[in-house]
Design a protein around this ligand. Structure first.
Ligand code: LFR
Length: 484
């Protein structure tokens, strides 16, 4: 190889992957070396992480990747935000609970009685949402687990800890908890006190790119690694890693990181706080270095993938999308942000119920349901992009879609149509690329700011362009008209 090699372990909603990347000062290329299932398990009334099988699969994948690619310089783990493991000594106190579990519903009011949502937002910059770690920890407190714990680690940090024995809290990931001060970037002790969560549970916050040390010898032997590899705390929140690898222009571009979730935002030097930002559902999470991701956190491909899962038709996505494209856009547009769509279950039934409640004829048949989901999602993403432009006072001139959604041509084309600006699609593995670039900088392979890292992606990958169509149908108003 011409460049240096790095490995990214990316744990996504349905699968985990080990991706090996080669980086030199100019370019990055990445190859998926292994892919394994990531399925939360519902047992004992709780939706839980299957964390041990993930460890087994991820480390087996890493060992294979290392055997096939001698000289890998480092490895790093990223996942979605908010989920946390409680520890006592070196052990986990049970399986971490998945954020789609509904146990937090019971404590929302309790938390808000102690700290009103507006204050949660002004302190942490994060939009209060029932998935946030703050509610998860308060829920565990009612169950007595906090009393038994002497530590709390966010999920990527669990893997780093198992690899190295180092307990840290990587900052981009920590910023998703709702417990990190937007100002200082450190745990908000005053807030923790108000909700009676002991501050000493948490590990020290470190910036993305911190080298944690080599994989412990005993661990390397256990997982079948011939020689040890360094572990880096990358931008461990998948969204923050994806933002690094999004080929954004210097101005006017909005990123849409579209996987299971849709994160629509811009990168800024300051968080966007205040009443208007709060009311508009803005969330400020940490990006690489001193950047903030000013975003709206909304629906992504989840409704679609959950629908296909329910039909046992996950393999039929390509065909269904082709037929949905041919069908046209005369389908209902429903509100993808309605909370009923967050919980795993029968999505078509919930879409039908939503339509009936709103006096709209529900989509009939699989193809129409798929098209209705795409139209509704495209509409919501486009509207959010413009809302972010309005709130940050920077009119949107283009939208960059990265993540799995960037491979969905119909979705990208319809976002362009609804938004009235060009959409640039790709890279779809932005999260892994971001992780690899952060590691390459830690290793000294490349230097510079997040803009310099991003420029490597821009040089390597040409996104697909989708121009807005001539016809700017507003499907929502049409659906509403037909309802009258
Ligand atoms: C995307 C993501 C979002 C976060 C959500 C839940 O994968 O990380 O940024 O809000 O998952 O953790």
């Amino acid at each position: 190889p011409r460049g240096d090699l790095f490995a990214a372990i990316d744990l996504g909603a349905t699968s985990g992957r080990v991706i090996v990347g080669e980086v030199d000062g100019e370019r990055i290329t990445a190859t998926e070396c292994s892919r394994f299932e990531n399925r939360p398990v519902r047992v004992g009334g709780l939706l839980q992480w299957d964390v041990l099988s993930l460890w087994a699969d991820a480390t087996a994948g890493l060992a294979r990747a290392a055997a096939e690619n001698p000289g890998i310089r480092s490895v790093a783990v990223d996942t979605w935000g908010v989920d946390v493991a409680l520890t006592r000594g070196e052990r986990l106190l049970g399986n971490p609970v998945h954020y789609r579990d509904t146990r937090t519903d019971a404590v929302i009011e309790q938390v808000h009685a102690l700290v009103p949502p507006e204050e949660l937002f002004s302190r942490a910059g994060v939009q209060p949402a029932s998935i946030n770690t703050i509610y998860q920890l308060v829920a565990e407190q009612s169950g007595g687990l906090i009393d038994a714990a002497d530590g709390a680690l966010l999920m990527p940090d669990v893997f780093s800890y198992w690899f190295t024995g180092e307990r840290i809290a990587e900052r981009t990931m920590a910023s998703t908890t709702g417990l990190l001060s937007a100002e200082t970037g450190d745990w908000d002790r005053g807030l923790l006190e108000k909700v009676s969560i002991p501050a000493d549970l948490f590990a020290r916050v470190v910036p993305a790119g911190t080298r944690l040390g080599p994989i412990r010898d005993d661990v390397a032997a256990d997982i079948g690694l011939a020689s040890s590899i360094d572990v880096v705390a990358t931008a461990a929140h998948d969204t923050a890693a994806a933002a690094v690898a999004t080929p954004l222009p210097s101005r006017g571009g909005v990123f849409v990181s579209c996987g299971t979730w849709g994160l629509i935002g811009v990168e800024r030097d300051r968080p966007l706080l205040g009443a208007a930002a709060f009311a508009a559902g803005v969330t400020n999470e940490r990006g690489l270095d001193d950047r903030y991701l000013v975003m709206r956190n909304g629906m992504g491909l989840w409704i679609l993938s959950e629908t296909l899962r329910g039909w046992d038709a996950t393999d039929e996505l390509t065909e269904l999308l082709a037929r949905a494209t041919a069908l046209g856009d005369a389908v209902p547009v429903f509100d993808v942000e309605d909370p009923r769509f967050q919980i795993p279950g029968d999505m078509p039934a919930r879409i039908a119920a939503w339509c009936e409640e709103h006096g709209v004829a529900p989509p009939q048949g699989r193809v129409a349901i798929v098209r209705s989901i795409i139209e509704s999602l495209a509409h919501a993403l486009a509207a959010s992009a413009h809302e972010i432009g309005r709130l940050t006072d920077e009119p949107v001139t283009q939208i960059n879609i990265v993540g799995g959604g960037s491979r969905n041509e119909l979705l990208c084309a319809r976002v362009a149509d609804h938004a009235g600006v060009p959409v640039y699609a790709g890279p779809n593995e932005a999260t892994a690329l971001g992780s690899l670039l952060v590691q390459a900088r830690t290793a000294g392979t490349v230097n510079g700011t997040v803009d310099d890292l991003r420029a490597i992606v821009t040089r390597t990958i040409a996104p697909r362009q989708h121009l807005p169509g001539a016809r700017h149908d507003d499907a929502r108003s049409r659906a509403e008209r037909s309802a009258r």
